[in-house]
Design a protein around this ligand. Structure first.
Ligand SMILES: C[S@@+](CC[C@H](N)C(=O)[O-])C[C@H]1O[C@@H](n2cnc3c(N)ncnc32)[C@H](O)[C@@H]1O
Length: 269
């Protein structure tokens, strides 16, 4: 786990520490006793503010204590949280949760954790979970890289979904892209053998980068055309489904004429 964590720190951006008193070097991403990082690493998300509507706020207050948590450093006991033992899937950057909710409803035997930094997005999903009585979704608010590093054990995830990660199109921002070699290594480490990584993007440049970085990860093999496997999506023997509803975000990409690339990898020993 440590080797993988060290690898993940390639996203860390060093800034000088306090001038005199530090006696030990600070690790990238280390947290202060209050939980904030001692110095920042480059993140794959923008800071966005947004208020919840009164209805969202009420739903949040009713639901969050049981279905949501802030991202932290403690390992997650998913079985205790869901109250059962079931295949576990995480969705990184679930946005407003259109895909999360539909996929959870289509697979009631799977437990799904949506991870998102943007509270108004999560609040829309919380409302949907409450309205539709969806029992197999839990939510983590914060950075998914922290979740992978600290909260998820190796060989524990049946699936990881990343739908339309921010493409950071300018070259000087490419270092902010979520899907880098270190993140692929972390994901591969946290998947069970036979577990699946499913990624979709509408950005041609990012698609090329994802294909290249994924192909270089030795513990993942391609399972669909875009990942160099057989044509089409894996069939009924796959441990999770691949049917996604078209999200609002994806709808915009379709209207702009962008092609959607879908990547599916499987974890090997
Ligand atoms: C372009 S949106 C796509 C949202 C959604 N998956 C969809 O298809 O509509 C990307 C989302 O990923 C979230 N995100 C980016 N990096 C993240 C990270 N490291 N941890 C959690 N969420 C992240 C952003 O806040 C944003 O909501």
């Amino acid at each position: 786990m440590d080797a993988v964590n060290d690898a993940a720190n390639h996203t860390a951006e060093s800034v000088p520490g306090p001038p005199s008193t530090a006696t030990a070097p600070l690790e990238a991403g280390r947290r202060s006793p209050t939980g904030s990082r001692l110095y920042p690493r480059v993140t794959s998300f923008r800071s966005r503010r947004g208020a919840l509507t009164p209805n969202q706020r009420q739903s949040w207050e009713r639901m969050w204590p049981s279905i949501g948590r802030e991202v932290g450093d403690e390992p997650l006991d998913a079985e205790a949280w869901f109250g059962r033992r079931a295949p576990l899937v995480i969705e990184i950057g679930c946005g407003t949760g259109t895909a999360t909710a539909a996929m959870a409803q289509a697979e009631p035997h799977v437990d799904l954790i949506g991870i998102e930094v943007y509270q108004p997005g999560l609040a829309q999903l919380v409302q949907r979970i409450e309205r539709d009585g969806i029992g197999n979704i839990r939510l983590l608010r914060g950075d998914a890289v922290d979740v992978l590093e600290h909260m998820i054990a190796p060989d524990s995830l049946t699936g990881v979904r990343v739908f339309f990660p921010d493409p950071w199109p300018k070259s000087r921002h490419h270092k902010r892209r979520l899907l880098q070699p270190a993140t692929f290594a972390l994901i591969a480490d946290r998947l069970i053998t036979g577990g699946v990584l499913h990624v979709a993007t509408d950005h041609a440049g990012y698609a090329g980068h994802i294909a290249e970085v994924g192909a270089a990860q030795p513990r993942l093999i391609g399972l669909n055309e875009a990942t160099g496997g057989a044509g089409g999506a894996p069939g009924a023997d796959a441990p999770i489904g691949f049917e996604r509803p078209v999200t609002k975000f994806e709808g915009k990409a379709h209207r702009a004429g962008s092609a959607i690339t879908e990547f599916i990898w499987g974890k090997i020993k």
